[in-house]
Design a protein around this ligand. Structure first.
Ligand SMILES: Nc1nc2c(ncn2[C@@H]2O[C@H](COP(=O)(O)OP(=O)(O)OP(=O)(O)O)[C@@H](O)[C@H]2O)c(=O)[nH]1
Ligand SMILES: [Mg+2]
Length: 323
């Protein structure tokens, strides 16, 4: 399950009905109209909150409804307005009409608000000429939310390469680490001190061949990478389940190219992980030879911390060129 997409239903509050009533007593025989106006319904409003990083909550709650306006009362009593309903969303959420696919809004800034479903207006109370008018309906919409993460650096690589181990070591993000593939199912963000700058990293789910066609966890999260400036490509030098580090490296780059959207042209930093394992030195030499002089590679151990400082300084250097 990937959490970067959600389909939800929103309904703004209906307007309250206008009331029909007359004031009569012995002196006022004709009857003065005293029906109060109905209150307006509440809007449904999206608000960007930078403390939210995923659309996970929308997996559990999909229907959102603002309060309706209260009906008008006699004695010119106006009905109360219905309260607006706020839905918090992470920065970078694209809101689409689920039926047409039309993009309604693309919200990126913390605190930004947009009314996504307009309230119904309260109906007027009765007049001399006519009866109280019913309130109008609040807007109702079926929406598709899509989150493309905003991170400077995307950590990519084969499953089990050590991506989550790295982000857990260098940031306060807690990303589950385990000795099997596809442990990470959704991107996890963490802030990392690199040189003199705090840079946002995203730990990505593992990529495999065919990901661009939906294999593995699929192309879902290749979309997240679209918004990262730099790719930190982690290679497992130990070769989990008999894999070869160089072949992994090539196939991941292949996937990026096949997906398109300029992913393959993004600046890429290659980190060769699990250098603490004894057989790694020999394998590293062979990897270095195959990859050639053109690509600079950084040997590290996400587990012991070896080589990470130099890697992060490099991230900072590349980052400075990108912003
Ligand atoms: N020896 C050694 N093991 C490591 C190192 N980094 C990660 N591991 C181990 O490799 C396994 C996979 O690590 P993860 O960090 O979960 O790998 P991942 O790339 O996030 O995996 P997915 O989320 O499945 O794509 C775990 O058992 C880690 O303990 C390292 O530098 N040295
Ligand atoms: Mg992981």
């Amino acid at each position: 399950m990937l959490i970067d997409q959600a389909r939800i239903h929103v309904k703004a509050g209906d307007g309250g009905d206008g009331c029909t009533s007359f004031y009569r007593d012995r002196a006022v025989r004709k009857g003065k109209p005293t029906g109060g106006n109905g209150g307006d319904g509440g809007d449904v409003i999206f608000k960007v909150d930078k403390n939210i990083h995923t659309l996970l909550d929308f997996q559990y709650k999909r229907h959102f409804k603002a309060k309706r306006g209260i009906h008008g009362g006699s004695n010119d009593k106006r009905g109360k307005n219905g309260e607006a309903f706020y839905i918090k969303i992470p920065p970078g959420t694209v809101i689409k009409d689920a039926k047409t696919g039309f993009i309604l809004r693309d919200l990126t800034h913390d605190g930004e608000e947009v009314i996504i479903a307009q309230h119904g207006r309260g109906g007027r109370g009765n007049t001399k000429r006519g009866e109280g008018v019913p309130g109008s309906k609040g807007e109702e919409k079926e929406l598709l939310l899509e989150l493309k993460l905003i991170a400077d650096v995307g950590i990519i690589g084969y499953p089990n390469a050590g991506k989550s181990t790295l982000i857990s070591r260098i940031s306060r993000a807690k990303s589950k680490v385990a000795d099997y593939t596809f442990t990470t199912k959704a991107p996890i963000l963490g802030k990392v001190r690199c040189g003199e700058e705090d840079i946002t990293f995203a730990d990505m789910p593992g990529l495999i061949e065919g990901a661009h066609r939906g294999r593995g966890l699929g192309d879902e999260f290749l979309r997240h990478i679209e918004r990262t400036k730099i790719l930190l490509h982690m290679v497992d030098i130990a070769g989990f389940e008999g894999r070869d580090a160089y072949e992994d490296y090539i196939s991941i780059n292949n996937e990026l190219a096949l997906y398109g959207k300029h992913l393959a042209e993004k600046p890429q930093i290659v980190a060769v992980n699990k250098m603490d394992i004894s057989s790694s030195k020999r394998k590293f030499a062979s990897f270095e030879e195959k990859i050639g002089q053109k690509v600079r590679i950084y040997p590290i151990s996400a587990q012991t911390g070896e080589g990470i400082k130099a890697l992060l300084v490099r991230v900072w250097e590349v980052w400075k060129n990108e912003v």
